[in-house]
Design a protein around this ligand. Sequence first.
Ligand SMILES: [Zn+2]
Length: 622
Amino acid sequence: MPRGERRAEVLSRLASFPRPDFSFLDPRQAIPRPAPRSSSFAATSTPNPMTAVSRSSSTRSRSASADTGGAKAGARHIAVMDTTLRDGEQTPNVSYTPAEKLQLARMLLVDCEVDRIEMASTRVSAGEREAAQAITKWARKERLIQRIEMLGYTDGKKSVDWICDAGGKVLNLLTKGSERHCVEQLGLTPEQHRTKISETIRYARRKRLTVNVYLEDWSRGVRDSFDYVFAMVQTLRELRVARIYLADTLGVFAPTDVTRYVGLMAATWPAVDFEYHGHNDYGLATSNCLAAIQAGARGVHTSVNGMGERAGNTSLAEIVAATHDHSDARTAIREDRLTALSNMVETFSGKELSANTPIVGRDVYTQTAGIHADGDAKGGLYGTDLAPARFGGARRYALGKLSGKASLDHNLANLGIALSDNDRDLVLARIVELGDKKRIVTPDDLPYVLTDVLKTPEDQLVKVESYHVDVASGQEPRAQVALAYKGNVEKAEASGAGGYDAFMNALKKAAKQLSIEVPVLADYRVRIPPGGRTGALVETTITWVFEKSSQTNRQKTGETFSTLGVDPDQLGAAIIATEKMLNAVITRRPDSRPRANAKNTPRGASRTPRRRGTETKKRASD
Ligand SMILES: [Zn+2]
């Protein structure tokens, strides 16, 4: 296929290229619900002692399916209790509205199939109660009420009454797991504390609540005094609580500690459902959680994106992937929904995730080095079990200085585009040039770069050698331009209503010296790739019109054509588009030939936004 025809075909394909779908980020959007699974928590809804819960654990060891990351027949089921809406909300400056909480609860329980969620602290605020009521109302209708938990305190009837009022059925009772916290913070002897715990639990049971118990600061408690912890657990067993939560509240454990002390707990009370609640102060939360599973914990506590106080909690995505790939256990979580869930929490919380966050970070499936892209093309040589499709992502190949032809080919193939070797080299050269400006060129930018390169006349005759634009508040914008054509360089200077207007006025002067006719600017449009990154490329399309006076009716008629520029800077993009216009005027090539009688209403022409402050741009001649 001749180069010109291929270009035309590629350009028409780019014009219809679909934009990425970000609608899942819209909190008003209803979350599509997967078909209900056969196993239901309704079967385990009796507020019942450990015996019932142990049975439920074994009956819930679902056969692993493809969407939870591959088959492990007969694997031990690990319950996941996600506390994004309670512990996760203790992240500084994070507060979810009741509507956001409901949306996240649905996504966690229904979409991702997390076993249980903790969604409120009792007695916090009226807003908290409102959110709790909305969620419990929904959960009752969906028969998920036993999977909604709320944190309460050893305060006699208060927390229990609050939960009942909010429509809840499960109390997660916060108790002291270390003697130091008991004595120094509460000012109670261990016996007094156990008495208060018994009172609250007995009242909760009268109110038909299921009771789980947190042993706060258990990690230091079990290390300092196993006798204290032993007495606590014996009491809780007698009170027939459903589960006991072993909290490393301050994130002080390392995996070897977890192996030792969770192992000790599981060996001492083999019938008790212990769940591990870790914090990430040493960056060890995922490792610790994995160690807890291997040491006999039957469940783990997580938060989406590891949100939580200080260094946060155990990341849901990380522990799910690690459990599936590094233990003989399974969770019920749908891995393929984890990225969407992470995005939603990122949006609602306003806490941006680092791009290199494992499993769900923006860059973790992006190959930067060309040699990796090349290896992927030759039989997945650089692939691991962390296949992006598992987590609802896709392998991406970065475009930049290091990327090379193989990365570009992967991205072109994703767009369904085949270029001539010559054009491919031009695109690659432009990507490297943009990369040198320290801009990240992403696959989202590629359609813009392609359009830019393919719309550049093959032989550039006129060149904007350099320009200098000054825009400052309270001063008239000024511009200097040096224009080169056929070995001559003409320099000119002018002012204007805006930075680009001043540039155009200077350009017209220089062009006149070179006998180049400059058409009138009719339309000026700016677009950035979806996603709204500040480092994104800017695409500027300018429509020009050659005005001709008709001798018969003295009306002006025009021939219009458009040129396009792509650059990290808006003014830079406009100047590239202008340079292309000059070349189109000179060459009148088929792909830039003026279209006769095209209707185009001038609107907003040359209305370049006037910026505050001083702006000076220089473009090195290339
Ligand atoms: Zn915590």
